[in-house]
Design a protein around this ligand. Structure first.
Ligand code: AMP
Length: 488
């Protein structure tokens, strides 16, 4: 099967060829002909399967004729996070290069008046997160009655983040006569219900997650024991383990996942203090322009260690990522799959190492049940125990650098990762989690889902896909709220 068998225009085939793609992925081969026919689609597929092109490609051909009127987009794509929305927009740039379609992004954290100006000019494709879309709609700058194609992408993530009431409200404003494409990595009953409500006689397509990814990823688990330790010192030990792993693995580029935004800050600052000057952080309390800039630096290799929350698990598409470190075991098994799937893409080798504490046992069981595979347990190599002690005390060259380090101010940053110091150790002992920046009113409105809780009983998340600190149970604690004890 080749792209030319799918009924796409010559302009599109040229753009696809320019992008270097020769063969459609299974979701593309199955969905594109039906979308071109105007059939609704219920696609069970996750990121990495090529699903974005499975809807952007036919949309470009369908929308090629016709013109958009002011404030009346001709198609609408709903995405749960800003990063995903931006990535879909990139797809339109790449595949739409021989067409004259225009698209606009309506996402939180960016200047709304600029976005409204864009809408006024008329857009063919509107890519939006639900919160910002509703804001702009409520203010009267958007009319949805001309939308002929609706895409609801990553529906299960929308559900997790409490966006479904917004999505239902948005769909109620659309014309009945339209094509609807709904994609979801999983099909919980709530998404099935939504599909029954929004789709008409849909073509159901299920593609398995890219199996090659899992096979090319070397997964392992490093257990951090914390007998007699309090949570602060266990967390400190985990940071020391992380540094040892980075030293041992020497990743070309790595994502370091934390469960909580606050810990993203703590781990990032800790790395920075220990001299990892190519580290950066990414979470939803950062202004959008900084988030995009950080991602860009990571893609270009200026940043090589990116500490982040699950925000990046769905949106980030970096073809040659060498490592994923889970600083925390994710509490939801499917998040583990998404996280490690950032590496080992397109058949490449990848390494995913998870740092765990004994209280994470139930979450690890859940992950192994879901993947059907036991994750290798590993000891820190060589003189692991002693190395760890040293790393916790402040570095390999502690003895050598002691006198020099004593004279250093506690907030002084060593020049390189290898110049670890007592100073950084002291700073860690006194470090206080940063108070998260308060987003602007607009951003806050956009980021907070209107529904308090999703139907699946997960913690509340914002449009960056993150858990609020207060809602999170984290691995080091045995204090598990009742709602999570029953979680499968
Ligand atoms: P997605 O699942 O849409 O996030 O796509 C995952 C990655 O696959 C992206 O980097 C796409 O650029 C890439 N991709 C999409 N379609 C193809 C194709 N037919 N051949 C090779 N790569 C593709």
């Amino acid at each position: 099967m080749s792209f030319s068998d799918l009924g796409l225009s010559d302009e599109l085939l040229n753009a696809i060829s320019d992008a270097g793609y020769t063969t459609p992925t299974p979701i593309q081969a199955q969905a594109i002909p039906y979308v071109l026919m105007g059939r609704d689609i219920l696609g069970c597929a996750q990121t990495g399967t090529g699903k974005t092109a499975s809807f952007t490609l036919p949309m470009i051909d369908i929308l090629a004729s016709g013109r958009a009127k002011a404030r009346m987009p001709r198609s609408l794509i709903l995405e749960p996070t800003r990063e995903l929305a931006a990535q879909v927009a990139d797809n339109f740039e790449i595949y739409g290069k021989y067409h004259k379609l225009n698209h606009a992004l309506l996402i939180g954290g960016e200047n709304m008046s600029e976005q409204i100006k864009r809408l006024e000019k008329g857009v063919d494709v509107l890519i939006a997160t639900p919160g910002r879309l509703m804001d702009v709609f409520d203010r009267g700058h958007l009319l949805l009655r001309d939308v002929k194609i609706l895409v609801i992408d990553e529906s299960d993530r929308m559900l997790d983040m409490g966006f479904i009431p917004d999505v239902e409200k948005i769909v109620s404003k659309l014309p009945q006569m339209r094509t609807t494409l709904l994609f979801s990595a999983t099909m919980p009953p709530e998404i099935k219900r939504l599909a029954d409500k929004f789709l008409m006689n849909p073509k159901e397509i299920t593609v398995s997650p890219p199996a090659t990814a899992a096979e090319t990823i070397k997964q392992s688990l490093v257990m951090v024991t914390g007998a007699g330790r309090d949570q602060t010192s266990i967390a400190k030990r985990k940071r020391a383990v992380l540094r040892l792993l980075i030293e041992r693995e020497k990743p070309k580029n790595a994502i370091i996942f934390c469960n909580r935004k606050r810990d993203v800050d703590v781990v990032y600052r800790s790395l920075e203090r220990h001299g990892y000057d190519t580290a950066a952080r990414l979470h939803g309390d950062m202004v959008q322009s900084v988030r995009m800039e950080t991602l860009d630096k990571f893609k270009k290799g200026v940043v090589s260690l990116l500490v982040c929350s699950d925000v990046a698990a769905r949106g980030l598409d970096i073809p040659a990522m060498s490592h994923v470190f889970n600083f925390d075991v994710p509490t939801h098994a499917d998040d583990y799959i998404h996280r490690i799937g950032r590496t080992g893409r397109a058949g490449r080798e990848g390494v995913a190492i998870t740092i765990a504490v004994p209280a994470d046992g139930k979450y690890i069981d859940g992950i192994e049940r879901l993947t059907g595979k036991k994750i290798d347990r590993e000891e820190l190599g060589g003189d692991g125990g002693a190395d760890l002690e040293r790393a916790e005390r402040g570095g390999r060259d502690r003895g050598r650098g002691r006198d020099r380090d004593r004279s250093r101010k506690s907030d002084e940053k060593p020049a390189t990762a290898n110049a670890r110091s007592d100073a950084s150790d002291k700073a860690e002992k006194t470090e206080k989690p940063e108070t998260p920046r308060q987003p602007s009113d607009d951003a806050r409105r956009d980021e907070k889902p209107r529904a308090e809780k999703s139907g699946r009983g997960r913690g509340r998340r914002d449009d960056a896909g993150e858990m609020d600190d207060k809602d999170v149970v984290f691995g080091q604690s045995d204090q598990v709220p009742d709602f999570l004890k029953n979680f499968p």
